[in-house]
Design a protein around this ligand. Structure first.
Ligand code: ZN
Length: 49
């Protein structure tokens, strides 16, 4: 099960991370790199090489 931030569309393995991303996105309208780095997309990119 993955959790999605409905603002930026990134996916996270925990609801906590998705909530953090959502909160950040809704107040800053840009991505928090520290959070985005933990997204499913970012970790796939790292492993995929
Ligand atoms: Zn987000």
């Amino acid at each position: 099960m993955e959790y999605k931030c409905s603002i930026c569309g990134l996916h996270y393995e925990t609801k906590q991370l998705a909530d953090d991303c959502y909160k950040w996105c809704s107040s800053h309208s840009s991505c928090n790199l520290k959070v985005a780095r933990q997204s499913v997309e970012a970790s796939h990119r790292k492993r995929g090489a």
